[in-house]
Design a protein around this ligand. Structure first.
Ligand SMILES: Cc1cc2nc3c(=O)[nH]c(=O)nc-3n(C[C@H](O)[C@H](O)[C@H](O)COP(=O)(O)OP(=O)(O)OC[C@H]3O[C@@H](n4cnc5c(N)ncnc54)[C@H](O)[C@@H]3O)c2cc1C
Length: 470
Protein backbone atom coordinates (compact mmCIF):
# COMPACT_ATOMS: atom_id res chain seq x y z
CA UNK A 1 0.00 0.00 0.00
CA UNK A 2 1.08 3.57 -0.50
CA UNK A 3 0.09 6.89 1.10
CA UNK A 4 -3.19 7.10 2.92
CA UNK A 5 -6.23 4.89 2.36
CA UNK A 6 -9.72 5.50 3.72
CA UNK A 7 -12.09 2.80 4.94
CA UNK A 8 -15.45 2.73 6.68
CA UNK A 9 -14.47 -0.02 9.10
CA UNK A 10 -10.89 -1.00 9.89
CA UNK A 11 -10.38 -4.33 11.64
CA UNK A 12 -7.04 -5.04 13.29
CA UNK A 13 -6.74 -8.83 13.38
CA UNK A 14 -7.84 -11.62 11.05
CA UNK A 15 -8.69 -14.38 13.55
CA UNK A 16 -12.23 -15.63 14.28
CA UNK A 17 -13.19 -12.19 15.67
CA UNK A 18 -11.98 -10.23 12.65
CA UNK A 19 -13.36 -12.71 10.11
CA UNK A 20 -16.79 -12.88 11.75
CA UNK A 21 -17.09 -9.11 12.06
CA UNK A 22 -16.27 -8.73 8.33
CA UNK A 23 -18.89 -11.32 7.41
CA UNK A 24 -21.63 -9.84 9.58
CA UNK A 25 -21.04 -6.29 8.35
CA UNK A 26 -21.00 -7.42 4.73
CA UNK A 27 -24.14 -9.51 5.27
CA UNK A 28 -26.19 -6.56 6.52
CA UNK A 29 -24.41 -3.79 4.63
CA UNK A 30 -22.55 -4.91 1.48
CA UNK A 31 -21.72 -1.29 0.61
CA UNK A 32 -19.71 -0.73 3.82
CA UNK A 33 -15.97 -0.76 3.06
CA UNK A 34 -14.26 -3.15 5.45
CA UNK A 35 -10.46 -3.44 5.61
CA UNK A 36 -8.77 -6.18 7.65
CA UNK A 37 -5.15 -6.05 8.80
CA UNK A 38 -3.70 -9.52 9.25
CA UNK A 39 0.08 -9.88 9.13
CA UNK A 40 0.39 -13.66 9.03
CA UNK A 41 0.31 -15.54 5.73
CA UNK A 42 -2.38 -17.91 6.96
CA UNK A 43 -5.08 -17.50 9.52
CA UNK A 44 -5.39 -20.87 11.26
CA UNK A 45 -7.98 -23.11 12.87
CA UNK A 46 -6.03 -23.16 16.12
CA UNK A 47 -8.20 -25.87 17.68
CA UNK A 48 -6.95 -28.31 15.02
CA UNK A 49 -3.22 -27.68 15.62
CA UNK A 50 -2.72 -30.59 18.08
CA UNK A 51 -4.09 -33.02 15.54
CA UNK A 52 -1.82 -31.67 12.77
CA UNK A 53 1.11 -32.15 15.17
CA UNK A 54 -0.11 -35.67 15.90
CA UNK A 55 0.03 -36.25 12.13
CA UNK A 56 -3.68 -36.83 11.44
CA UNK A 57 -3.47 -34.34 8.54
CA UNK A 58 -0.92 -31.93 7.05
CA UNK A 59 -0.56 -28.47 8.58
CA UNK A 60 -2.11 -26.78 5.54
CA UNK A 61 -5.47 -28.36 6.46
CA UNK A 62 -5.49 -25.97 9.44
CA UNK A 63 -5.21 -22.88 7.22
CA UNK A 64 -8.28 -20.75 6.73
CA UNK A 65 -8.94 -19.44 3.25
CA UNK A 66 -8.43 -15.72 2.66
CA UNK A 67 -11.75 -15.94 0.83
CA UNK A 68 -13.46 -15.88 4.20
CA UNK A 69 -12.61 -12.15 4.10
CA UNK A 70 -12.13 -11.34 0.42
CA UNK A 71 -14.96 -13.61 -0.77
CA UNK A 72 -17.52 -11.43 0.99
CA UNK A 73 -15.96 -8.22 -0.31
CA UNK A 74 -13.59 -7.42 2.57
CA UNK A 75 -10.16 -5.99 1.78
CA UNK A 76 -7.31 -8.02 3.29
CA UNK A 77 -4.05 -6.18 3.98
CA UNK A 78 -1.24 -8.50 5.06
CA UNK A 79 0.43 -6.04 7.39
CA UNK A 80 0.72 -5.24 11.02
CA UNK A 81 -0.60 -2.09 12.64
CA UNK A 82 2.40 -0.39 14.22
CA UNK A 83 0.86 2.84 15.47
CA UNK A 84 -2.66 3.94 16.26
CA UNK A 85 -4.06 7.42 16.67
CA UNK A 86 -7.58 6.88 17.92
CA UNK A 87 -8.36 10.59 18.24
CA UNK A 88 -7.59 11.29 14.59
CA UNK A 89 -8.89 7.86 13.48
CA UNK A 90 -5.76 6.75 11.68
CA UNK A 91 -3.61 3.62 11.88
CA UNK A 92 -0.06 3.35 10.56
CA UNK A 93 1.01 0.00 9.16
CA UNK A 94 4.41 -1.66 8.72
CA UNK A 95 5.22 -0.19 5.29
CA UNK A 96 4.68 3.32 6.67
CA UNK A 97 1.38 3.96 4.90
CA UNK A 98 -1.72 4.95 6.81
CA UNK A 99 -5.34 3.87 6.89
CA UNK A 100 -7.99 6.33 8.00
CA UNK A 101 -11.18 4.84 9.36
CA UNK A 102 -14.62 5.83 10.55
CA UNK A 103 -14.93 2.86 12.90
CA UNK A 104 -12.28 0.56 14.31
CA UNK A 105 -12.54 -3.01 15.59
CA UNK A 106 -9.64 -4.27 17.68
CA UNK A 107 -9.43 -8.07 17.38
CA UNK A 108 -5.73 -8.60 18.01
CA UNK A 109 -6.17 -11.76 20.09
CA UNK A 110 -3.70 -13.06 22.66
CA UNK A 111 -0.31 -14.76 22.75
CA UNK A 112 0.87 -17.69 24.87
CA UNK A 113 2.55 -16.78 28.12
CA UNK A 114 5.98 -18.09 29.10
CA UNK A 115 6.77 -17.62 32.79
CA UNK A 116 10.03 -15.88 33.66
CA UNK A 117 11.68 -19.00 35.12
CA UNK A 118 15.47 -19.38 34.74
CA UNK A 119 16.31 -20.83 31.33
CA UNK A 120 13.01 -19.95 29.66
CA UNK A 121 14.91 -18.25 26.80
CA UNK A 122 16.71 -21.46 25.74
CA UNK A 123 16.07 -23.02 22.32
CA UNK A 124 13.63 -25.90 21.79
CA UNK A 125 11.16 -24.28 24.19
CA UNK A 126 7.87 -23.76 22.41
CA UNK A 127 4.40 -22.31 22.77
CA UNK A 128 1.40 -23.32 20.67
CA UNK A 129 -0.44 -20.75 18.61
CA UNK A 130 0.96 -19.64 15.27
CA UNK A 131 1.92 -21.41 12.06
CA UNK A 132 5.58 -20.83 13.02
CA UNK A 133 4.99 -22.43 16.45
CA UNK A 134 3.32 -25.41 14.82
CA UNK A 135 6.03 -25.89 12.20
CA UNK A 136 8.74 -25.59 14.87
CA UNK A 137 7.06 -28.26 17.01
CA UNK A 138 6.53 -30.61 14.05
CA UNK A 139 10.24 -30.15 13.17
CA UNK A 140 11.30 -30.82 16.76
CA UNK A 141 9.18 -33.98 16.84
CA UNK A 142 10.79 -35.22 13.62
CA UNK A 143 14.30 -34.38 14.87
CA UNK A 144 13.61 -36.12 18.16
CA UNK A 145 12.46 -39.25 16.35
CA UNK A 146 15.56 -39.18 14.11
CA UNK A 147 17.77 -39.03 17.20
CA UNK A 148 16.07 -41.97 18.91
CA UNK A 149 19.31 -43.98 18.62
CA UNK A 150 20.42 -41.86 21.62
CA UNK A 151 17.36 -43.01 23.64
CA UNK A 152 13.63 -42.41 23.61
CA UNK A 153 13.01 -38.75 22.76
CA UNK A 154 11.27 -36.76 25.49
CA UNK A 155 8.84 -33.87 25.68
CA UNK A 156 7.83 -31.90 28.75
CA UNK A 157 4.51 -30.07 28.61
CA UNK A 158 3.86 -27.43 31.24
CA UNK A 159 0.17 -26.86 31.95
CA UNK A 160 -2.57 -29.52 31.93
CA UNK A 161 -5.37 -27.44 30.47
CA UNK A 162 -6.95 -28.58 27.20
CA UNK A 163 -4.07 -27.19 25.09
CA UNK A 164 -1.42 -28.91 27.25
CA UNK A 165 -3.23 -32.25 27.35
CA UNK A 166 -3.85 -32.25 23.60
CA UNK A 167 -0.13 -31.54 23.06
CA UNK A 168 0.98 -34.26 25.49
CA UNK A 169 -1.20 -36.85 23.73
CA UNK A 170 0.16 -35.78 20.33
CA UNK A 171 3.75 -36.38 21.51
CA UNK A 172 2.79 -39.75 22.97
CA UNK A 173 1.33 -40.67 19.58
CA UNK A 174 4.83 -40.09 18.15
CA UNK A 175 6.37 -42.35 20.81
CA UNK A 176 7.91 -39.61 22.97
CA UNK A 177 8.37 -40.09 26.70
CA UNK A 178 5.98 -37.32 27.68
CA UNK A 179 5.81 -35.48 31.01
CA UNK A 180 2.86 -33.26 31.91
CA UNK A 181 3.49 -30.75 34.70
CA UNK A 182 0.52 -29.06 36.39
CA UNK A 183 0.56 -26.72 39.38
CA UNK A 184 -2.97 -27.70 40.44
CA UNK A 185 -3.48 -31.18 41.92
CA UNK A 186 -5.54 -32.36 38.95
CA UNK A 187 -5.77 -31.83 35.16
CA UNK A 188 -8.22 -29.50 33.39
CA UNK A 189 -8.61 -27.33 36.51
CA UNK A 190 -10.46 -24.54 34.65
CA UNK A 191 -12.98 -26.99 33.19
CA UNK A 192 -13.57 -29.56 35.95
CA UNK A 193 -13.63 -30.03 39.69
CA UNK A 194 -11.20 -32.47 41.22
CA UNK A 195 -13.92 -35.07 41.87
CA UNK A 196 -14.60 -35.33 38.12
CA UNK A 197 -10.95 -35.54 37.09
CA UNK A 198 -10.13 -39.11 38.21
CA UNK A 199 -11.04 -40.76 34.88
CA UNK A 200 -8.99 -38.11 33.04
CA UNK A 201 -5.95 -38.95 35.15
CA UNK A 202 -6.51 -42.64 34.39
CA UNK A 203 -6.79 -41.96 30.65
CA UNK A 204 -3.59 -39.91 30.64
CA UNK A 205 -1.76 -42.63 32.54
CA UNK A 206 -3.15 -45.30 30.19
CA UNK A 207 -1.81 -43.25 27.28
CA UNK A 208 1.60 -43.35 28.97
CA UNK A 209 1.77 -39.67 29.94
CA UNK A 210 3.89 -39.19 33.09
CA UNK A 211 1.98 -36.83 35.36
CA UNK A 212 3.50 -34.31 37.77
CA UNK A 213 0.39 -32.92 39.50
CA UNK A 214 0.41 -30.25 42.19
CA UNK A 215 3.94 -29.42 41.08
CA UNK A 216 5.36 -26.37 39.34
CA UNK A 217 8.31 -25.71 37.12
CA UNK A 218 11.34 -24.22 38.90
CA UNK A 219 14.08 -23.90 36.29
CA UNK A 220 15.25 -25.01 32.88
CA UNK A 221 18.90 -25.80 32.24
CA UNK A 222 21.00 -26.07 29.10
CA UNK A 223 23.77 -24.46 27.05
CA UNK A 224 21.94 -23.51 23.89
CA UNK A 225 19.05 -25.99 23.85
CA UNK A 226 16.83 -26.84 26.77
CA UNK A 227 18.10 -29.69 28.93
CA UNK A 228 17.17 -30.73 32.45
CA UNK A 229 13.91 -29.46 33.94
CA UNK A 230 13.76 -28.79 37.68
CA UNK A 231 10.41 -29.15 39.44
CA UNK A 232 9.14 -27.74 42.73
CA UNK A 233 9.12 -31.17 44.44
CA UNK A 234 12.92 -31.29 44.08
CA UNK A 235 12.86 -33.75 41.20
CA UNK A 236 14.51 -33.24 37.80
CA UNK A 237 13.32 -34.46 34.41
CA UNK A 238 16.50 -35.23 32.48
CA UNK A 239 16.35 -34.04 28.88
CA UNK A 240 18.96 -34.47 26.16
CA UNK A 241 19.87 -31.08 24.72
CA UNK A 242 19.10 -30.79 21.00
CA UNK A 243 16.88 -33.88 20.95
CA UNK A 244 14.15 -33.22 23.50
CA UNK A 245 11.92 -30.19 24.02
CA UNK A 246 9.60 -28.28 26.36
CA UNK A 247 6.20 -26.80 25.51
CA UNK A 248 4.26 -24.25 27.55
CA UNK A 249 0.47 -24.31 27.64
CA UNK A 250 -0.20 -22.20 30.71
CA UNK A 251 -2.34 -19.40 29.40
CA UNK A 252 -2.59 -16.41 27.11
CA UNK A 253 -1.90 -12.69 27.47
CA UNK A 254 -3.86 -10.15 25.39
CA UNK A 255 -1.99 -8.51 22.48
CA UNK A 256 -2.75 -4.92 23.42
CA UNK A 257 0.61 -3.16 23.80
CA UNK A 258 -0.18 -1.06 20.74
CA UNK A 259 -3.12 0.52 22.54
CA UNK A 260 -1.54 1.28 25.91
CA UNK A 261 -1.15 5.04 25.46
CA UNK A 262 -4.15 5.67 23.28
CA UNK A 263 -6.64 6.64 25.97
CA UNK A 264 -8.44 3.27 25.84
CA UNK A 265 -9.49 1.83 29.17
CA UNK A 266 -7.43 -1.32 29.69
CA UNK A 267 -7.34 -3.90 32.49
CA UNK A 268 -4.93 -6.79 33.09
CA UNK A 269 -6.96 -9.18 30.95
CA UNK A 270 -7.45 -6.79 28.05
CA UNK A 271 -9.39 -3.85 26.65
CA UNK A 272 -12.51 -3.03 28.66
CA UNK A 273 -15.74 -3.40 26.66
CA UNK A 274 -19.45 -3.18 27.42
CA UNK A 275 -22.29 -5.47 26.30
CA UNK A 276 -22.19 -3.91 22.81
CA UNK A 277 -18.43 -4.51 22.54
CA UNK A 278 -17.90 -0.75 22.71
CA UNK A 279 -14.64 0.39 24.28
CA UNK A 280 -14.18 3.58 26.27
CA UNK A 281 -13.70 5.50 22.98
CA UNK A 282 -16.88 6.01 20.95
CA UNK A 283 -15.79 4.89 17.48
CA UNK A 284 -13.73 1.92 18.72
CA UNK A 285 -14.97 -1.63 19.42
CA UNK A 286 -12.99 -4.66 20.62
CA UNK A 287 -13.74 -8.40 20.65
CA UNK A 288 -12.22 -11.79 21.36
CA UNK A 289 -9.09 -12.76 23.23
CA UNK A 290 -7.88 -9.14 23.55
CA UNK A 291 -10.76 -7.96 25.75
CA UNK A 292 -11.46 -7.79 29.45
CA UNK A 293 -15.06 -8.85 29.94
CA UNK A 294 -17.42 -10.26 32.49
CA UNK A 295 -19.12 -13.49 33.43
CA UNK A 296 -22.70 -13.84 32.21
CA UNK A 297 -23.52 -15.42 35.57
CA UNK A 298 -22.40 -12.86 38.17
CA UNK A 299 -21.42 -9.91 35.98
CA UNK A 300 -17.90 -9.83 37.45
CA UNK A 301 -14.71 -10.04 35.37
CA UNK A 302 -13.66 -13.49 34.20
CA UNK A 303 -11.38 -14.89 31.50
CA UNK A 304 -12.97 -16.10 28.27
CA UNK A 305 -10.28 -16.72 25.68
CA UNK A 306 -12.23 -19.04 23.38
CA UNK A 307 -13.11 -18.83 19.70
CA UNK A 308 -16.69 -19.60 20.75
CA UNK A 309 -16.66 -16.29 22.64
CA UNK A 310 -14.83 -14.27 19.94
CA UNK A 311 -17.37 -15.18 17.23
CA UNK A 312 -20.60 -14.08 18.96
CA UNK A 313 -18.85 -10.96 20.28
CA UNK A 314 -17.87 -10.07 16.72
CA UNK A 315 -21.46 -10.48 15.53
CA UNK A 316 -22.57 -8.09 18.27
CA UNK A 317 -19.84 -5.54 17.46
CA UNK A 318 -20.68 -5.64 13.74
CA UNK A 319 -24.39 -5.13 14.32
CA UNK A 320 -23.74 -2.35 16.82
CA UNK A 321 -21.44 -0.56 14.33
CA UNK A 322 -24.31 -0.64 11.84
CA UNK A 323 -26.80 0.67 14.37
CA UNK A 324 -28.59 -2.70 14.70
CA UNK A 325 -29.49 -3.83 18.19
CA UNK A 326 -27.22 -6.44 19.79
CA UNK A 327 -25.93 -7.40 23.23
CA UNK A 328 -23.44 -9.96 24.45
CA UNK A 329 -24.36 -10.68 28.02
CA UNK A 330 -21.13 -12.24 29.21
CA UNK A 331 -18.98 -15.35 29.14
CA UNK A 332 -20.37 -18.74 30.07
CA UNK A 333 -17.30 -20.53 28.74
CA UNK A 334 -18.75 -23.82 27.56
CA UNK A 335 -15.77 -25.86 26.35
CA UNK A 336 -14.77 -29.45 25.68
CA UNK A 337 -11.83 -31.65 24.84
CA UNK A 338 -10.91 -35.28 24.24
CA UNK A 339 -8.61 -37.33 26.48
CA UNK A 340 -8.05 -40.83 25.15
CA UNK A 341 -11.37 -42.67 25.08
CA UNK A 342 -13.12 -39.91 27.03
CA UNK A 343 -14.82 -36.77 25.89
CA UNK A 344 -15.02 -34.12 28.59
CA UNK A 345 -16.52 -30.67 28.91
CA UNK A 346 -17.75 -28.05 31.29
CA UNK A 347 -19.67 -24.81 31.40
CA UNK A 348 -20.41 -21.96 33.77
CA UNK A 349 -18.77 -22.06 37.18
CA UNK A 350 -17.19 -25.19 38.57
CA UNK A 351 -17.89 -25.88 42.26
CA UNK A 352 -14.41 -24.57 43.13
CA UNK A 353 -14.80 -21.38 41.11
CA UNK A 354 -18.39 -20.73 42.27
CA UNK A 355 -17.26 -20.94 45.91
CA UNK A 356 -14.25 -18.68 45.21
CA UNK A 357 -16.67 -16.13 43.73
CA UNK A 358 -18.76 -16.15 46.92
CA UNK A 359 -21.60 -18.53 46.06
CA UNK A 360 -23.04 -21.01 48.51
CA UNK A 361 -23.51 -24.09 46.38
CA UNK A 362 -24.55 -27.71 46.40
CA UNK A 363 -23.83 -30.30 43.76
CA UNK A 364 -25.51 -33.41 42.37
CA UNK A 365 -24.42 -36.14 40.00
CA UNK A 366 -26.09 -38.34 37.42
CA UNK A 367 -24.65 -41.33 35.64
CA UNK A 368 -25.98 -43.63 32.94
CA UNK A 369 -24.60 -45.66 30.09
CA UNK A 370 -24.08 -43.66 26.88
CA UNK A 371 -26.06 -46.20 24.82
CA UNK A 372 -28.79 -48.65 25.79
CA UNK A 373 -27.12 -51.14 28.17
CA UNK A 374 -27.68 -54.11 25.80
CA UNK A 375 -25.86 -52.35 22.91
CA UNK A 376 -22.18 -52.99 22.10
CA UNK A 377 -19.80 -50.82 24.16
CA UNK A 378 -22.53 -49.04 26.14
CA UNK A 379 -19.95 -46.72 27.71
CA UNK A 380 -20.87 -44.03 30.22
CA UNK A 381 -22.15 -40.49 30.71
CA UNK A 382 -21.33 -38.85 34.03
CA UNK A 383 -22.78 -35.44 34.88
CA UNK A 384 -22.04 -33.03 37.71
CA UNK A 385 -24.36 -30.08 38.25
CA UNK A 386 -23.55 -27.09 40.46
CA UNK A 387 -26.52 -25.23 41.95
CA UNK A 388 -26.84 -22.12 44.05
CA UNK A 389 -28.21 -22.98 47.50
CA UNK A 390 -31.66 -21.58 48.15
CA UNK A 391 -32.64 -20.58 44.61
CA UNK A 392 -31.43 -23.90 43.14
CA UNK A 393 -30.33 -21.94 40.08
CA UNK A 394 -27.90 -23.87 37.86
CA UNK A 395 -24.46 -22.22 37.99
CA UNK A 396 -22.47 -24.76 36.01
CA UNK A 397 -22.11 -28.32 34.86
CA UNK A 398 -19.52 -30.86 33.84
CA UNK A 399 -19.83 -33.87 31.54
CA UNK A 400 -17.59 -36.92 31.12
CA UNK A 401 -18.58 -39.46 28.52
CA UNK A 402 -17.42 -42.05 26.06
CA UNK A 403 -19.45 -40.25 23.36
CA UNK A 404 -19.37 -36.61 22.24
CA UNK A 405 -20.20 -34.18 25.06
CA UNK A 406 -20.32 -30.84 23.24
CA UNK A 407 -24.09 -30.85 22.76
CA UNK A 408 -24.75 -31.79 26.39
CA UNK A 409 -22.40 -28.99 27.44
CA UNK A 410 -24.33 -26.62 25.15
CA UNK A 411 -27.63 -27.67 26.71
CA UNK A 412 -26.20 -26.92 30.15
CA UNK A 413 -24.81 -23.59 28.91
CA UNK A 414 -28.25 -22.60 27.65
CA UNK A 415 -29.68 -23.57 31.03
CA UNK A 416 -27.11 -21.44 32.87
CA UNK A 417 -27.64 -18.56 30.42
CA UNK A 418 -31.38 -18.56 31.03
CA UNK A 419 -31.04 -19.04 34.79
CA UNK A 420 -32.79 -22.40 34.76
CA UNK A 421 -33.36 -24.02 38.13
CA UNK A 422 -33.12 -27.65 39.16
CA UNK A 423 -36.88 -27.91 38.59
CA UNK A 424 -36.56 -26.66 34.99
CA UNK A 425 -33.86 -29.22 34.21
CA UNK A 426 -35.70 -32.02 35.98
CA UNK A 427 -38.58 -31.35 33.57
CA UNK A 428 -36.34 -31.59 30.46
CA UNK A 429 -38.10 -33.44 27.67
CA UNK A 430 -35.35 -35.60 26.21
CA UNK A 431 -34.95 -38.11 23.37
CA UNK A 432 -33.72 -41.71 23.49
CA UNK A 433 -32.34 -44.12 20.91
CA UNK A 434 -30.29 -47.32 21.47
CA UNK A 435 -27.04 -46.06 19.88
CA UNK A 436 -27.24 -42.54 21.24
CA UNK A 437 -28.58 -42.48 24.76
CA UNK A 438 -29.51 -44.48 27.82
CA UNK A 439 -32.96 -46.09 28.01
CA UNK A 440 -36.00 -43.79 27.82
CA UNK A 441 -36.45 -44.28 31.57
CA UNK A 442 -33.29 -42.38 32.53
CA UNK A 443 -31.27 -39.35 31.50
CA UNK A 444 -28.17 -38.33 33.48
CA UNK A 445 -28.91 -34.59 33.44
CA UNK A 446 -32.52 -35.10 34.51
CA UNK A 447 -31.38 -37.50 37.19
CA UNK A 448 -28.86 -35.03 38.64
CA UNK A 449 -31.42 -32.22 38.46
CA UNK A 450 -34.11 -34.33 40.14
CA UNK A 451 -31.74 -35.04 43.02
CA UNK A 452 -31.31 -31.29 43.40
CA UNK A 453 -35.09 -30.76 43.40
CA UNK A 454 -35.46 -33.43 46.07
CA UNK A 455 -32.32 -32.45 47.98
CA UNK A 456 -34.21 -31.66 51.19
CA UNK A 457 -35.56 -35.23 51.20
CA UNK A 458 -32.01 -36.54 51.54
CA UNK A 459 -30.64 -34.19 54.19
CA UNK A 460 -31.02 -30.69 55.66
CA UNK A 461 -27.41 -29.93 54.79
CA UNK A 462 -27.03 -31.17 51.23
CA UNK A 463 -23.98 -33.29 50.68
CA UNK A 464 -22.60 -34.30 47.28
CA UNK A 465 -24.02 -37.53 45.96
CA UNK A 466 -21.21 -39.84 44.89
CA UNK A 467 -20.82 -40.34 41.15
CA UNK A 468 -22.06 -43.76 40.22
CA UNK A 469 -24.69 -43.79 42.94
CA UNK A 470 -27.37 -43.21 40.34
C1 LIG B 1 -3.83 -24.64 20.30
C2 LIG B 1 -5.12 -23.91 20.52
C3 LIG B 1 -6.31 -24.63 20.61
C4 LIG B 1 -7.51 -23.97 20.81
N1 LIG B 1 -8.66 -24.70 20.89
C5 LIG B 1 -9.85 -24.07 21.02
C6 LIG B 1 -11.07 -24.80 21.02
O1 LIG B 1 -11.07 -26.04 20.91
N2 LIG B 1 -12.25 -24.11 21.13
C7 LIG B 1 -12.27 -22.74 21.22
O2 LIG B 1 -13.36 -22.16 21.30
N3 LIG B 1 -11.13 -22.01 21.25
C8 LIG B 1 -9.93 -22.64 21.15
N4 LIG B 1 -8.76 -21.92 21.15
C9 LIG B 1 -8.82 -20.47 21.40
C10 LIG B 1 -9.16 -19.69 20.13
O3 LIG B 1 -8.31 -20.07 19.10
C11 LIG B 1 -9.06 -18.20 20.40
O4 LIG B 1 -9.93 -17.87 21.46
C12 LIG B 1 -9.47 -17.40 19.18
O5 LIG B 1 -8.58 -17.61 18.12
C13 LIG B 1 -9.54 -15.91 19.50
O6 LIG B 1 -9.90 -15.24 18.34
P1 LIG B 1 -9.51 -13.71 18.14
O7 LIG B 1 -10.04 -13.31 16.80
O8 LIG B 1 -9.89 -12.92 19.32
O9 LIG B 1 -7.90 -13.68 18.13
P2 LIG B 1 -6.84 -14.50 17.28
O10 LIG B 1 -7.42 -15.69 16.66
O11 LIG B 1 -5.65 -14.63 18.15
O12 LIG B 1 -6.48 -13.51 16.10
C14 LIG B 1 -5.79 -12.30 16.35
C15 LIG B 1 -5.38 -11.69 15.03
O13 LIG B 1 -4.86 -10.39 15.26
C16 LIG B 1 -3.66 -10.22 14.53
N5 LIG B 1 -2.88 -9.15 15.12
C17 LIG B 1 -2.34 -9.07 16.36
N6 LIG B 1 -1.67 -7.90 16.50
C18 LIG B 1 -1.82 -7.23 15.33
C19 LIG B 1 -1.36 -5.98 14.85
N7 LIG B 1 -0.62 -5.15 15.60
N8 LIG B 1 -1.70 -5.62 13.59
C20 LIG B 1 -2.45 -6.42 12.79
N9 LIG B 1 -2.92 -7.62 13.20
C21 LIG B 1 -2.60 -8.01 14.45
C22 LIG B 1 -3.04 -11.61 14.62
O14 LIG B 1 -2.00 -11.72 13.70
C23 LIG B 1 -4.27 -12.46 14.32
O15 LIG B 1 -4.57 -12.46 12.94
C24 LIG B 1 -7.53 -22.56 20.94
C25 LIG B 1 -6.35 -21.82 20.86
C26 LIG B 1 -5.15 -22.49 20.65
C27 LIG B 1 -3.88 -21.68 20.55
Amino acid sequence: MEGTEQTDVLIIGGGPGGIQCTNTIKHYSPETKVTVLRPETHSMVYCAIPYAIEGLFPIDRTFKKDGLITGVGGILVRQKAVQVDLKNKVVTIEDGSQIKFDKLLIATGASPFVPPVPGSDLERIFTVKTEDDTRAIIKAVEEGKQKSDTGTPKAVVVGAGAIGIEQALAYRAHGFETHLVEMMPYPLPQLLDEDMAGPIIDELKDAGVILHLGISLKALHGEKYVGDVDLSDGSTIELKEGRDFVVFGIGMRPDIDLFRDTGLKIEKDGIVVDEHMRTSITHVWAVGDCVHFKSGIDGKPIGGKLATNAVPMAKVAARDMLGLSARYKGYFNGAATVVGKLRVGGTGFSERIAKARGYEVFVTYGETTARFPMMPDPGLVRIKLIFEKGTKRLLGGQVLATEAVAERVDLLTLSVQHEFTAQDLAELSYSAQPWQSHLPARNAIVEAATKAVDMELYTDQPEPVEPGAA
